[in-house]
Design a protein around this ligand. Structure first.
Ligand code: ZN
Length: 340
């Protein structure tokens, strides 16, 4: 089923995506979201439309947020690999990639105590599309490669903090003895862990043939989507290796963002296929983490009804990045007629 549109613009792309998702999942909150996006007047703020239980007006809370409209914002994307005690002291690389469970617990405690809010790439999409502000001090916690300790060690600590995170999975490695299983991925995906792709077999994509490049990108995406039941549109270059050909292939495969291993904390829509990250090493302390997360994006106070959810419910992927800037997206959306 494909809606018959007289004109396909950025707003229509949002609407199509929302409609497709609503059709696929039968999710009434998502279809409401579509309707609101489509009919919102230009320059007004758009609210997410999932239904919360009625709250007394006096229960409204003001909290700091990163307001809509900034083209580039400080959202450190933290990069983790293993959460473990490195089993082989002679393995320098393994040691560098390993954060001990105690250190990880302390880092999550520190983030919580210092007002950081882990968000995911759906939240960032919603921000850049002008749909929803971000909470103060937003960070994204990413875990590369899908090692087994992501599920056994990191996941319980994340859940205890009500923290979202992103797992970049190598789909061909799922179920290996040192990697998460397909069932574990499904459980995590339903409990605050966004799933991103990290190829089929973690090869250097800059050295792959065109056919192999496409296979690594398309097949891993399809495999993960089948597993978790919704689109996977966020990608991570294995070992941070990419070039113009790889970026073009990542776009063509349907991914909307890609992260690197290059350092940095500021991100925009324009550079979304080369988002930088903050590498968290095994032997660094909280002072280093604090320094890496500076400066913080300035915030403003906004009022919200309290959410009954421990993790805010953001509709899953009704959004696509358009070519236009967010402000133009909202105007375009407002001009769209309701879909038939
Ligand atoms: Zn990797």
């Amino acid at each position: 089923m494909r809606p018959n549109l007289g004109r396909v613009g950025a707003g229509a792309l949002i609407a199509i995506a929302a409609l497709a998702l609503a059709g696929a999942k039968g999710d009434s909150s998502t279809s409401t979201f579509h309707a609101q996006i489509d009919s919102t007047p230009a320059n007004s703020s758009v609210t997410l439309s999932y239904t919360r239980p009625p709250q007394p007006a006096s229960a409204d809370q003001a909290r700091p947020v990163v307001p809509l409209g900034r083209g580039a914002i400080q959202v450190p994307i933290l990069m983790y690999h293993y959460i473990r005690i490195n089993p082989d002291p002679s393995d320098a690389l393994g040691a560098d990639l390993s954060v001990t469970p105690d250190s990880f617990q302390q880092e999550m405690d520190w983030l919580q105590a210092n007002g950081y809010h882990p968000v995911d790439f759906d939240d960032l999409r919603a921000y850049f599309l002008g749909v929803s502000p971000l909470p103060a001090r937003p960070v994204i916690l990413t875990f590369d490669d899908g090692y087994r300790d992501l599920y056994t060690t990191a996941f319980p600590i994340l859940r205890a903090h009500n923290f979202k995170a992103v797992a970049y999975l190598v789909s061909g490695f799922l179920g290996f003895s040192n990697n998460v299983t397909r069932e574990q991925v499904q459980e995590m995906a339903q409990n605050g862990i966004q799933i991103g792709a990290h190829t089929l077999s973690h090869i250097d994509l800059t050295k792959a043939s065109n056919d192999e490049l496409t296979r690594q990108l398309v097949d891993s995406k399809a495999d993960l989507e089948t597993l978790i039941g919704h689109p996977v549109v966020d990608f991570c270059y294995p070992a941070g290796r990419f070039d113009g050909r790889v970026v073009a292939a990542v776009k063509a495969a349907g991914y909307q963002t890609a992260t690197t291993t290059q350092p940095g904390t500021q991100h925009s829509v324009a550079d979304r296929y080369a988002w930088t990250r903050v590498r968290i090493r095994g032997d660094e302390g909280l002072d280093k983490l604090a320094a890496d997360l500076s400066p913080q994006e300035p915030t403003v106070m906004m009022r919200f009804a309290p959410s009954p959810q421990p993790i805010p419910v953001i509709p899953r992927l009704p959004l696509v990045y358009p070519l236009e800037l967010p402000r133009l997206v909202l105007q375009e959306a407002a001009e769209q007629r309701p879909l038939p």
